[in-house]
Design a protein around this ligand. Structure first.
Ligand code: ASP
Length: 421
């Protein structure tokens, strides 16, 4: 395993990233907010009942909010939200249609915490079962365990009556094939960002940026056509090849009595190594709920979040008096601290937290403002009014997903609208 393998796509992004990326890094460094300052709180003071979630849950909030308001359980309300994207074959970050691992197999992770009964359930690396969030609830209710993984989790789900089904949609299969054909040796093997020997992709001084990219995109478009990817999805598919996406849904729900629960579900990092489990099913990382304090959940770079036990850190911060915004900013700073503030690495990481305190105060925070200037990170909220709000970012500017995404690529390639409603 050589370092150069992890510099994969290095050649792909190199030329186009050259000056722009360096300029952005410097820019970001200058604009990093200082260690102790917390930006003004743009979020409402919060009222109960309320549901918060990542933006891909926004279309499912109305039904869940009505259920919660009508006396429904807080965990069941949150699960209603995340079941929407799990069932949607066009959301390729969760459940059915989720982008697969490097072998073309969809593997899902999920967990949940029920505040009122102080219970938790979790499943990791589950194949062939779509609604893993509900399976995590079944683990909580029907076993003496908290976490089941892999084949055992799948067999448990089938025993509980969940149907086995093929989760790889034709569209996701074709995107995976396009990725496989295009990258050949370039994959997730090799040392990661946290390795002291990791090097940012080298920048060869060869072709002018635009020419290089035009050729690569042309080649990808030809391959996409030959794989039968519909013309209207080709550009979105190419984006998923050049920048293997993360994607997840977290949801926390609080009723008028102050009961609170949370859950998180995901297909994880696209083209991951088989068996890789991210932060989403880790109680305390992808989700944490404490009936005495509040609830938090995460989307983004799972490996980084596990190392700071993000959701638990945030809830503990609130327990000790921080506001949801302060608590989230502190967790993000711990990620920055793990890299000693090295923007060369932080540029390849992104992380968002969705935070709900027991009194209804809430916040959405992100390491960067968005994946691109026109693609801001959001938190979806329903407290009687359903809305999307920008998260508050610790660092100004856009992240570059790892592997890096070229900043000079045509704007339409950066848009998720084709896939995510
Ligand atoms: N956190 C998820 C994971 O690492 C991915 C994501 O949130 O986008 O598996």
């Amino acid at each position: 395993m050589s370092i150069s393998r992890r510099g994969f796509l290095g050649s792909a992004v190199a030329a186009s990233l050259a000056t722009t990326l360096d300029a952005q890094r410097l820019n970001a460094q200058e604009k990093t907010i200082s260690a102790n300052s917390v930006p003004a709180n743009p979020f409402g003071t919060g009222k109960r009942p309320i549901i918060i979630c990542s933006k891909n849950g926004v279309n499912y909030l109305d039904d869940a909010f009505a259920f919660l308001k009508g006396g429904g359980d807080t965990l069941d309300a949150a699960l209603r939200v995340v079941k929407g994207p799990e069932d949607d074959p066009n959301d390729d970050s969760v459940g059915l249609g989720g982008l697969p691992n490097e072998e073309g197999v969809v593997e899902l992770d999920a967990c949940c915490m029920h505040g009122p009964s102080r219970r938790a359930g979790s499943v990791g690396g589950v194949r062939n079962i779509k609604n893993v969030s509900l399976v995590s609830k079944a683990v909580m209710e029907h076993t003496g365990h908290v976490m089941l993984v892999g084949e055992g989790a799948e067999r448990f789900a089938v025993a509980m009556g969940f149907p086995r089904e093929n989760l790889l949609t034709e569209r996701s299969r074709k995107i995976w094939l396009l990725w496989k054909e295009y990258n050949s040796n370039d994959d997730w093997w090799g040392p990661g960002l946290a390795d002291p020997n990791w090097k940012a992709p080298a920048i060869p001084a060869t072709s002018p940026q635009s020419e290089l990219w035009e050729r690569r995109i042309e080649r990808l478009e030809q391959r996409a056509a030959s794989l039968g990817i519909e013309p209207e999805f080709r550009r979105a598919a190419i984006r998923r090849v050049l920048s293997p996406p993360t994607g997840t849904i977290h949801c926390s729900a609080l009723n008028d009595k102050g009961e609170i629960s949370g859950c998180t579900t995901t297909s994880g990092l696209a083209y991951k190594l088989p068996g890789r489990v991210g932060d989403s099913p880790i109680i305390g990382a992808g989700c944490y709920t404490d009936q005495d304090v509040g609830s938090a959940g995460a989307t983004g770079a799972g490996e980084e979040n596990i190392k700071v036990a993000g959701a638990h850190t945030i809830v503990e911060n609130m327990r000790h008096g921080m506001s949801p915004l302060e608590a989230g900013m502190d967790a993000l700073r711990r990620i920055v601290r793990n890299y000693n503030g090295d923007m060369k690495k932080l540029n390849f990481i992104d992380m968002s937290y969705y935070i709900l305190r027991k009194d209804g105060a809430y916040a959405g925070v992100s390491l960067w403002e968005g994946y691109a200037p026109d693609d801001r990170h959001k938190i979806a909220v329903h407290d009687g009014t359903r809305r999307l709000e920008d998260t508050v970012a610790l660092l100004k500017g856009s992240s570059h997903e790892f592997p890096p995404f070229p900043v000079t690529i045509p704007a339409e390639l950066k848009k998720d609208s084709v896939y995510l409603k």
